[in-house]
Design a protein around this ligand. Structure first.
Ligand code: MF3
Ligand code: CO
Ligand code: CO
Length: 249
């Protein structure tokens, strides 16, 4: 993992984070009935290129997309393709970019005319889990305090967290140490220090926590095919309050 030491390094992580956040916001805005996930990928590709950045996903272990788009039962790593977005869908978009040597990684989940109150509650719980983890990413905390808060937020709303995929350190590489599970007892793991940069990414399932990977080798789906949501920010640990790197301003 990297520790940001200079203002220059912080500025560069903010720059890549800002690009990722702006691309994510634009793609999330474009999600509507009738659009294909491939069209969302093309929009993401165009915006990443327009920002002079590169997709951190394309070619990563052979990943074929520019972004990830995961619909309903798809948890993460959905490969954009011919799937057409329908009214009532729950769409998770994940954007990772590299800009001047630093990575920004961020995801959100949008509802397309969803009226089912249970799904609306699931999405709110996912957002709340991320917000709580961000608020705990301060110097002096223990890493598993964040994991525990995510799991507790999900559990108290009646949802399960995915256990097979984790958050991670982020910096010059997309996936750096440490791994950050979305569950666990508090008070464990390394103590957070100023300058650590973390990608926090709760994945919450409407049903069981169990997931499997489809035959395409990437798309992660819930075993029970119930809905899953995903929210992610890249943040820098500081004294007092985390700095959210993947914000649009
Ligand atoms: N962005 C994902 C994460 O949050 C990783 C995507 S890997 C890819 O860690 F190859 F699917 F793009
Ligand atoms: Co991501
Ligand atoms: Co990530």
């Amino acid at each position: 993992m990297i520790i940001l030491k200079t203002d220059e390094e912080v500025a560069r992580m903010r720059a890549s984070g800002r690009i990722a956040a702006r691309v994510l916001a634009a793609v999330a805005q474009a999600v509507r009935p009738g659009i294909t996930t491939r069209e969302l990928d093309a929009l993401g590709a165009r915006l990443i290129r327009a920002a002079d950045a590169q997709s951190a996903f394309y070619g990563y272990r052979g990943y074929p997309g520019q972004i990830c788009v995961s619909v309903n039962e798809e948890v993460v790593h959905g490969i954009p393709g011919a799937r057409v977005i329908q009214l009532g869908d729950v769409v998770s978009v994940d954007v990772g970019v590299e800009y001047r040597g630093f990575i920004g990684d961020t995801a959100t989940t949008v509802m397309v005319g969803v009226t089912d109150p249970e799904i609306i509650r699931l999405v709110a719980a996912g957002q709340q889990a991320l917000d709580r983890a961000v608020s705990l990413a301060v110097a002096g905390a223990r890493l598993s305090d964040l994991s525990h808060a995510i799991e507790q937020t999900a559990a108290s709303a009646g949802y399960a967290v995915v256990r097979d995929f984790v958050g991670h350190g982020v910096g010059r590489q997309m996936h750096e140490d440490p791994q950050i599970p979305n569950f666990g007892a508090p008070g464990r793991g390394p103590r957070l220090r100023p300058g650590m940069t973390l990608a926090l990414e709760p994945m919450l399932n409407q049903g069981s926590s169990e997931v499997e990977v489809l035959a395409d080798g990437w798309t992660v789906v819930t075993k029970d095919r119930k809905v899953s949501v995903h929210f992610e920010h890249s943040v820098a640990v500081r004294d007092g309050a985390a700095l959210v790197l993947t914000c649009v301003e």
